[in-house]
Write a protein that binds this ligand. Sequence first.
Ligand SMILES: Nc1ncnc2c1ncn2[C@@H]1O[C@H](COP(=O)(O)OP(=O)(O)O)[C@@H](O)[C@H]1O
Ligand SMILES: [Mg+2]
Length: 294
Amino acid sequence: MLEINQLHKEYGRITAVNELSLRVPRGSVFGLLGPNGSGKTTTLGMVLGVIRPTRGSFRWFGELPTPQQRKRVGAILEKPNFYPGFSARKNLELVAMIKEKGRDRIDAVLRQVGLYERQHDPFRTYSLGMKQRLAIGSALLADPEVLILDEPTNGLDPAGIADIRELIRDIAAMGKTIILASHLLDEVQKVCTDFAVLQQGHLIHTGPVAGQEQEVVFELDAPDQEGLLEVLPLVPGYLSHQQEDAYVSLTVASGTLPEQINAFLAERSLFLSHLSVHHRTLEQQFMEILSQHA
Ligand SMILES: Nc1ncnc2c1ncn2[C@@H]1O[C@H](COP(=O)(O)OP(=O)(O)O)[C@@H](O)[C@H]1O
Ligand SMILES: [Mg+2]
């Protein structure tokens, strides 16, 4: 859907985006994850044609950028700009007029973003979450193939966040590709199928979100800890282990069952006093990825 090749942006002495190469698969919900200042917004600005790259290139739909292609991409980069005194419907009518597209889709869009009931109330009376949903609706008016969202849940309360996440999943289910920049790991984990991690403008990781869970971590302990540590490397699926304060943490290939580990150890007269399963969260992996690049 989007292919970025060695895209680079310098602001004077600051390198905002550093030789970034990336592929966004069609139909994915792609998370661009990284702390503030890591270059997410600059990257989105470049692929949207509003920030001029210092060098490098990108292709939408396999082609170099043209104004026609740009129309196939919907985006919300900045705080939504709507007329406070106008209703949601009136604001969308204006957007449709300016874009010369989407007038016939206003009802459908209002329903999709959950504003149909409130469509005649003035924009200024909306909650932050409703305003954000209207912004997404406005980007959907022209029925784009790709939707780009920059920190879509910033400043929202938990209910507003849940609404936006549900809406994102909804839009993805319609077959659209979504690119979402966020500094929130949790957000990326909950809605994205694929992700990339940016750190100071560098790409430090990219891959599927689900495929990340290739390992399982067990916490275990036995009265005979010494004996336990000795045979651990022989356990089925063994990848690594680490001595923690109160237990041993054992990393094995996913699919390894606790009963396999238990049986294996019991056969060697090692009886466990503690065994629990921990799936590695994206957060733990993220911390590991970051520490490898510190
Ligand atoms: N217009 C600009 N002029 C100078 N520096 C900028 C400008 N825009 C962004 N930067 C710098 O580029 C880096 C990346 O910023 P940004 O892309 O906004 O990161 P993110 O969206 O991940 O928070 C930061 O160090 C930021 O200060
Ligand atoms: Mg940003």
